[in-house]
Write a protein that binds this ligand. Structure first.
Ligand code: ATP
Length: 141
């Protein structure tokens, strides 16, 4: 079985951390961001780093995304861009699309246009940490 291939759109703290961890775990990782510095900083750690606007369908169509196993959409507050790229990757047939969201409305919209899973990193981490505090196992890990 070949290496799993993932594409990460957006290199904020979440997207960068997902991309580096996937690469560290032996996956092929393509990252896309329109910020030159972010692309430059991550380039040596991932398979392929591309500076592009994720809403540019023509550029995305040149990236050979069709056979990727999963896409991670992590482009912050830009809901329009998240919606567009979610639709594009689903149209290309990527089987698993995970989107980072900040609000219930964003979650609803992105699921509606095809995201297989949405995550609220800050909210979910807050709940996990509060539960650890309540159950007294905060220092276990
Ligand atoms: P985090 O909390 O994980 O840091 P965030 O939700 O606050 O993330 P940002 O820090 O704004 O998000 O990061 C979003 C990333 O997405 C940035 O690196 C930005 O350059 C990139 N980005 C935003 N819009 C586009 C776009 N249209 N095309 C490509 N990249 C984009």
């Amino acid at each position: 079985m070949g290496k799993k291939e993932f594409v990460v759109f957006g290199l904020g703290r979440f997207g960068k951390s997902v991309a580096l961890t996937l690469a560290d775990s032996g996956c092929e990782v393509l990252v896309v961001d329109d910020n030159e510095e972010k692309i430059h900083d991550i380039a040596e750690y991932v398979t392929y780093a591309v500076k592009a606007d994720v809403t540019d369908a023509e550029t995305l169509s040149t990236l050979g995304l069709r056979n990727f196993d999963g896409a991670i959409i992590a482009i912050g507050e830009n809901l329009e861009a998240s919606v567009l790229v979610t639709i594009l990757v689903k149209e290309l047939g990527i089987p698993y699309v995970l989107a980072k969201v900040q609000t219930d409305t964003q979650a609803k919209v992105l699921k509606k246009v095809g995201a297989d899973m949405v995550v609220f990193p800050e909210k979910e981490t807050g709940i996990r940490i509060a539960n650890k505090l309540v159950h007294g196992n905060f220092f276990d890990a």
